[in-house]
Design a protein around this ligand. Structure first.
Ligand SMILES: Nc1ncnc2c1ncn2[C@@H]1O[C@H](COP(=O)(O)OP(=O)(O)OP(=O)(O)O)[C@@H](O)[C@H]1O
Length: 264
């Protein structure tokens, strides 16, 4: 029987088959990019949550690598463990077992204050509900992260303007989040994530609160920013339409990675 191509193995997600061109090569966990081409590695990672007396295993013995300078899509149905995965990669939470290594640092071994410092220096975040500070305007929202990183007022202003211009908000710098559309708010959040010039940007369902036209614009923007700046983006979604362009796909089902794919 002929060997199934990797996209055929994706099975019920037929839009992927239709929409994504590919190398046809199933990467396979053992063959995922060489360690030197990777920015992060999960090794035997498990994570469970306890509610009352019930324990739920959200991630089971996950091993994978995240390639540097590309977009990786963490794709899977609701409840499959995508956010849990992203929280470990974003150093927001710690694994129960196994290790998460980012830029050569086993982040689970860091103290709370060292983890906070690591997040500030290396990770940018984009959330589905934008998480902007309502009393600050667009410029100040972006400057705030740079203030925390110790940039001078002049450097903060220059850098915040540069990234807000890059995401198409040149004329909206003085607007507060409440005076911006959903798409514009997410553009501010993307500018904020980029402005810190982090090693990795993690984006958890970044278009979940946007209409389909705005979703397309935001997806294109993130792709363009990734192409131009060669930042590593890791984006989790249950929406196949977000998977656009090149990079890697990791599908999570029931807390396990059941498929990896190099996209082109
Ligand atoms: N803090 C928590 N306490 C208890 N259970 C949790 C907690 N966080 C997540 N879970 C459970 O762990 C599982 C994985 O959740 P997770 O949010 O990682 O999935 P997801 O793939 O991101 O889902 P969605 O696409 O719906 O956001 C789910 O069954 C969820 O109910």
């Amino acid at each position: 029987m002929p060997r199934k191509t990797s996209l055929e193995k994706i099975g019920p997600y037929s839009p992927v088959r239709e929409r994504i061109s590919r190398t046809g090569q199933d990467v396979g966990l053992a063959e995922t990019p060489n360690p030197e081409e990777c920015i992060a590695e999960f090794s035997g990672v498990s994570k469970s949550y306890t509610t009352g007396r019930v324990q739920f295993q959200a991630l089971r013995n996950i091993s994978c690598r995240i390639p540097k300078g590309q977009t990786s899509y963490i794709f899977g149905p609701s409840g499959s463990g995508k956010t849990t995965f992203l929280n470990l990669l974003g150093v927001i939470d710690r694994a129960d077992n196994g290790s998460v290594t980012i830029l050569g640092t086993r982040v689970g071994d860091l103290s709370d204050s060292a983890a906070a410092d690591f997040r500030l220096r290396h990770i940018g975040y984009i959330f589905q509900n934008f998480n902007l500070i309502p009393v600050l305007n667009a410029l100040e929202n972006v400057e705030y992260i740079l203030l925390r990183r110790g940039l001078s007022p002049r450097d903060r202003r220059e850098r915040a303007e540069k990234y807000l211009h890059a995401v198409g908000l040149k004329d909206f710098l003085q607007r507060r989040p409440g005076e911006l559309s959903g798409g514009q708010r997410q553009r501010v959040a993307i500018a904020r994530a980029l402005a810190g010039e982090p090693s990795i940007i993690v984006a958890d369902e970044p278009t979940a609160n946007l209409d389909s036209r705005t979703t397309g614009e935001i997806v294109d923007l993130m792709q363009r920013m990734q192409d131009e700046m060669k930042t590593t983006f890791v984006l989790c979604t249950h929406d196949i339409d977000l998977i656009n362009g090149s990079g890697s796909l990791l599908r999570i089902v029931d807390g396990q990675i059941d498929h990896t794919e190099r996209l082109s």
